[in-house]
Design a protein around this ligand. Structure first.
Ligand code: HEM
Length: 544
């Protein structure tokens, strides 16, 4: 037998081995759910092949899983499913979600565990990936930095960056307007805001804005964190999830090492400079440095800090849950740097995603844009054309508009929890065992006609106070819920509202002949259009 034949046999045996492995796992998990009398969705090979063949984007796959889960579940609150890495409980009932997110949170403190790889130097210290008591300690330390008072002090950062973005748009479309791919401007805005507010540095994103020219170093490095799922990435993550030791041996990383090292050195330098000079700034880095010194102690028990910490407003959280957050852990310099990078990463990707689809919705729904303009103009004209923090809070239609954008285009299609102690589903005999993974759909419920009359239609009125009051509060989950929800929610909402208010005040958005309607999604980690977002944008003369 020649060498070529041996290689071919080895490859063939490998493929057969992999197919047999996944087939066995699919069957094994099916048995597991069958014994528990839980409907089983299987591994969804049709979805996997369509996704790998480019026929189904990640968000579309999520929407399909939800649809199939409702069909297979036939009214049951929970469905079993195997995602090629583990068996998962898929929750389709909003009351059960409330239990998992909030009421019985003590059983679901962690996200999905996957051992951080040796190469991920910062990842393992980030709030996003920490677990148990260490996560609780850090969440309690970071919560005072995300209250509205702190965000108000950062407003000048949003304002400055949004004006820079308007200047860029004017340059690109000229005085008479033209077609423009908004996917160039929004990452610049998002990185400019988050560089100043999280890392205490200027991103220079708007200074490096020659068409076709290089991006600033900061923007380039942040861009390297953005994941695009293709076959290679899919296989890499499969190995990281199933065989973390092999992944470490092969030098795989969940988060790219080059930008981790870059941001580590940039932020450490800023911290050293501040310590040497005593210079202070209104940003997260300063707040974390203050927390390290114990200077935020007085605020740790304020009502708003508790709301940020537990992700709840007016929702009952067990006292045991609240109390378990207290921690004497020191905040180290490494913790500060890791979490500044995490804010950068979490804020950069999600905010630009929301802004892209907000602009798309404005262009497509001209009546919505007119209503929004009316509100923005009345508030900003009253302040001499200036946007203020209080002005943004006054804009109730803008608030509804942003929520509707987040409903139809949530950057994260699902949330995940890991069960940390056995949990009996209320009213049933079903026990979710410790170590199991629980998935809560976001995109699916946002498009469910049981919760929204006309879910495919963009209608900010869905968020009128009376409509919200009639709806289950968990039918909207763009920021997740409960103590493990998005800690940056308040910050993110002001950030995107500021940008949209400035843009609507200064420009008219219309579809161009190159606008893809309906929008088609790509396979980035957060919701993104597949081929950019070209819109027709015209400066409004009456505000020049
Ligand atoms: C519109 C923008 C944003 C959206 C839609 C968003 C959405 C989310 C979602 C869905 C989660 C998971 C929640 C859960 O599991 O229940 C999350 C977690 C998180 N987000 Fe955001 N996010 C946004 C912006 C930001 C910003 C600007 C920051 C920081 C400055 C941030 C920091 C975080 C952190 C640290 C976590 C993990 C919290 C924890 O594990 O305790 N996010 N976000």
């Amino acid at each position: 037998m020649g060498l070529l034949s041996i290689i071919l046999w080895l490859i063939l045996s490998g493929i057969i081995g992999i197919v047999l492995f996944f087939t066995y796992q699919t069957w094994k998990h099916g048995k597991y759910f069958q014994q528990k009398n839980i409907p089983y969705l299987g591994a969804g090979w049709h979805r996997v092949f369509k996704f790998l063949g480019g026929k189904l984007s990640l968000p579309e796959a999520e929407a399909l899983i939800y649809k199939e889960a409702l069909e297979v579940g036939k009214g049951k609150p929970i469905v079993g499913f195997y995602d090629l890495t583990a068996a998962k409980y898929y929750i389709v009932d909003l009351d059960l979600m409330r239990h998992i997110y909030v009421k019985d949170f003590d059983h679901f403190v962690d996200r999905r565990t996957f051992a951080p790889l040796d190469s991920d130097i910062l990842f393992k210290k980030m709030l996003l990936s920490l677990e148990g008591a260490r996560w609780k300690g850090l969440r309690s330390k970071l919560s005072p930095t995300f209250t509205t008072g702190k965000i108000r002090r950062m407003f000048s950062i949003f304002e400055k960056s949004s004006l820079r973005m308007c200047d860029l748009l004017r340059k690109r479309v000229g005085p008479n307007g033209g077609d423009y791919d908004i996917c160039e401007a929004y990452p610049k805005y998002a990185i400019d805001v988050i560089a100043s507010s999280a890392c205490g540095v200027e991103s220079k994103a708007f200074e490096f804005a020659e068409p076709g020219g290089p991006l600033s170093e900061f923007e380039t490095m942040a861009g390297k964190f953005q994941l695009q799922f293709n076959l290679v990435m899919f296989l890499k993550f499969l190995v990281i999830m199933i065989l973390p030791k092999l992944a470490s041996f092969l030098g795989f990383e969940a988060m790219q090492l080059e930008p981790q090292k870059y941001f580590l050195s940039v932020i450490k330098r800023v911290m050293e400079h501040r310590r040497e000079t005593g210079e202070r700034h209104d940003d997260f880095l300063q707040l974390m440095m203050d927390a390290q010194q114990g200077l935020l102690k007085a605020e740790e028990n304020s009502k708003e800090t508790l709301e940020v910490m537990t992700g709840t407003e007016g929702e009952a959280v067990e006292n045991s849950t609240k109390n378990s957050f207290s921690s004497n852990d020191e905040l180290t310099d490494e913790d500060i740097v890791a979490n500044a990078v995490m804010f950068l990463n979490a804020g950069f990707d999600t905010s630009q995603s929301v802004l892209i689809f907000a602009a798309y919705a404005l262009a497509k729904e001209q009546d919505v844009q007119e209503k929004l303009l009316k509100e923005v103009k009345s508030v900003m004209d009253g302040a001499g054309g200036k946007l203020t923090y209080d002005g943004v809070l006054q804009m109730s239609y803008l608030d509804m508009f942003m929520n509707e954008t987040l409903r139809m285009f949530p950057p994260a299609a699902k949330t995940v929890r890991s069960c940390v102690k056995d949990y009996q589903i209320p009213g049933t005999k079903i026990v979710i065992e410790k170590g199991s993974i629980v998935t809560m759909p976001v995109y699916g419920i946002h498009l469910d006609s049981r919760y929204y009359d006309n879910p495919e239609k963009f209608e900010p009125e869905n968020f009128l106070p009376e409509k919200k009051a009639q709806r289950h509060p968990y039918a909207f989950a763009a920021f997740g819920h409960g103590p493990r929800n998005c800690i940056g929610m308040r910050f993110a909402l002001i950030e995107v509202k500021t940008a949209i208010a400035e843009l609507v005040y200064n420009f008219k958005f219309q579809p161009s002949s190159r606008t893809q309607i309906p929008a088609k999604f790509g396979n980035a980690a957060t919701l993104k259009p597949i081929n950019g977002m070209v819109l027709n944008i015209t400066p409004r003369r009456d505000v020049e």
